[in-house]
Design a binder for this molecule. Structure first.
Ligand code: SF4
Length: 437
């Protein structure tokens, strides 16, 4: 039998793109393809691109260039593939370009370039699929696309309107992952709180019972699986209130990732943000009353077209009131094809820069105080990198890759994927330091 074709895979962009990559790799592995760690020596390279910001596009083009230089047989997929012209113009020799969500086209292109080896007797893929994330945590994508039309965003244009997976489908995937040893499920989508709207919250049968395709119902069902469940990309709609009791009861992690983006009603309106009319500070206050341990992570954009000093001051005041735990801030960057590019009153680069620094300084003080409030507590920590006496893990308030970590020392070995109890001894701005109890 011929040696199996070897594929080098580059996955760029957000966790959602990573989930797409995992699906493509799972499919290819099931057909006998092998993964190569280097471009050199591989039969071909697949680059899963991100086309959200111009800087992400530049990174994608660079990755394609590298793959062309080191291998020369390259298939491009992902968000940037939705607009193939600039890729073709720069790399006329790429084998194929396919858009996001087009698994069949990617697989078809791979078959054409390096036909699969047929071996019906070997089951090469475990039932839970192949994961590119470490074994103890996995992303769980519950829907694709978005019904909103934020003026700075081209995702709906690239990925279309919201399409939710039936609840039973999501639960079956979650169960398979847990059965394979996953200890933490990271629920992702473009707008997790909108889950099921397109299905009119239709029920599907899971374990003999009817489960609604609805945000809080799904969170409750996932909470029954006995692993950490973390919710990303949630908007502060009133119906989100229903997950707070699940968090207070320890069924779902007390963590919400809410991309607020701004606080000034004028800017939010220009951004066309979902749920911007709701009184977000009141909502946060009410959530913390139900679940005092709640951690909120968010991202913001400063220097959006038309943002005045007054708008920015409003944002700073809001930030101090909201006391968010983890915050990322971006200087507004135009995205080709986004409606916000046509808005008047663009903010000069040096003002954006100043506002970014002022924003970060204000948040630094808040983060430091939030971190300090954890000192002295005993908390569960999931170990990401085990060790004999020292290990690195995360608290319920920290998502992988984007938040802080917990450095743990102990007298017994800690294995990756273990959930251990740690006493927090000290904290810096981002990380916690503690000892194994
Ligand atoms: S909610 Fe807004 S920013 Fe998020 S994907 Fe939808 S349109 Fe884009």
């Amino acid at each position: 039998m011929n040696a199996p074709a070897r594929i080098s895979f580059v996955s760029l962009g957000c966790p959602k793109a990573l989930v797409d990559s995992e699906r493509i790799v799972t499919h290819l592995r099931s057909e006998g393809y092998e993964l190569s760690k280097t471009h050199e020596g591989a039969d071909l390279v697949i680059v899963n691109t991100c086309g959200f910001l111009d800087s992400a596009k530049a990174e994608s083009l660079e990755a394609i260039g590298k793959a062309m230089g080191e291998n020369g047989r390259v298939i491009v997929t992902g968000c940037m593939g939705a607009q193939p012209e600039p890729i073709r113009a720069r790399f006329p020799d790429v084998l194929a370009i396919t858009g996001p969500q087009q698994y069949e086209s990617v697989i078809g292109a791979v078959h054409a370039a390096a036909p699969p080896r047929h071996d019906p007797f070997v089951d090469l893929v475990p039932p839970q699929g192949v994961k590119l994330t470490p074994r103890h945590y996995a992303y769980l994508k519950i829907s694709e696309g978005c019904n909103h039309r934020c003026s700075f965003c081209i995702i709906p244009h690239l990925r279309g309107d919201l399409v939710s997976r039936p609840a039973a489908d999501v639960m079956r995937e979650a169960e398979r992952l847990v059965g394979a040893g996953v200890k933490e499920l990271l629920v992702i989508s473009q707008d997790t709180s909108a889950y099921g709207v397109d299905l009119r919250y239709a029920t599907s049968t899971w374990k003999g019972r009817e489960l609604r395709a609805q945000f809080a119902d799904l969170a409750a069902a996932l909470g029954e699986l006995g692993v950490w469940v973390r919710l990303h990309y949630v908007y502060p709609y009133p119906h989100v209130d229903a997950v707070l009791p699940l968090m207070a009861d320890g069924k779902v992690l007390p963590y919400l990732d809410i991309p607020f983006q701004h606080a000034s009603p004028r800017v939010l309106k220009a951004m066309k943000r979902p749920a911007h009319q709701d009184r977000s500070l009141d909502r946060i206050r009410a959530w913390r009353e139900i679940c005092p341990d709640l951690a909120i992570r968010s991202t913001f954009i400063v220097g959006f077209p038309g943002e005045t000093e007054e708008d920015f001051q409003l944002l700073l005041a809001w930030l101090k009131e909201a006391r968010l735990d983890r915050v990322g801030c971006f200087k507004y960057e135009p995205v080709a094809g986004a409606p916000a590019n046509d808005l008047p009153d663009s903010v000069p680069e040096e003002i954006k820069e100043q506002r970014w620094h002022r924003f970060m300084a204000a948040q630094r003080a808040v983060s430091a105080a939030r971190q300090k409030s954890r000192v002295g507590r005993r908390i569960p920590v999931i170990i990401d990198a085990g060790g004999a006496q020292q290990a690195r893990g995360r608290s319920p308030w920290d998502a992988p890759e984007i938040d802080g970590v917990v450095h743990v020392t102990g007298r017994r070995p800690m294995r990756t994927g273990d959930v251990v109890t740690v006493r927090i001894d000290r904290a810096d701005e981002y990380d916690l330091f503690g000892s194994l109890v």
